[in-house]
Write a protein that binds this ligand. Sequence first.
Ligand code: APR
Length: 179
Amino acid sequence: MLVHAGKCRLLLVQGDITQQHVDAIVNAANSRLAGGGGVDGAIHAAGGPDILEDTRRKYPNGCPVGDAVASSAGRLSAGYVIHTVGPVWQGGQSGEAEALASCFRKSLQVAVDLGCKSVAFPAISTGAYGYPRDLAANVSLKAVLDFLKWHRQPDEVRFVLFEEGVFGAFAHSLELLMK
Ligand code: APR
């Protein structure tokens, strides 16, 4: 699914983010930047040990929830991995939506500052962190569309959604937002 936001493109695809040919891949990390399961595990497995070495050296204190930092991408074809830390779902009254939106804004700002023209995101917080997929889709897509509207870059943002159900939730949410 493809929509345009000014001269920028927003794409939804179903697949594995490690296989994407983009300038930056965003990782749904934990605040220790310690690696883990889910998309984090897949990115470290495909990119190799350089990624963890680089984050340990550059960010020994990790990264707070809602923030984003960049590392090398190791063996991945991307130029950078941008690590962002989503909120753990606690029922929705603990600032989860603001923290999730911030992940997208901060990651996109880091990407633009590094000169990236294409960026791939996973569905941050929708796995181990338990954010309901419909709510996450709405917050995530809105945050990206707002950023593209105001900053007019990067040229392309791609959501790479691993599970069919998550892809469906994002596609439905994007349809509603574009009405
Ligand atoms: N490509 C794209 N998306 C993927 C992939 C992949 N290869 N593998 C899993 N996903 C999807 C999941 O289906 C889910 O929709 O990524 C989404 C986010 O799930 P998680 O990876 O569990 O991330 P999150 O919910 O943000 O939890 C972060 O999990 O592994 C740990 O270190 C990580 O502690 C952190 C926590």
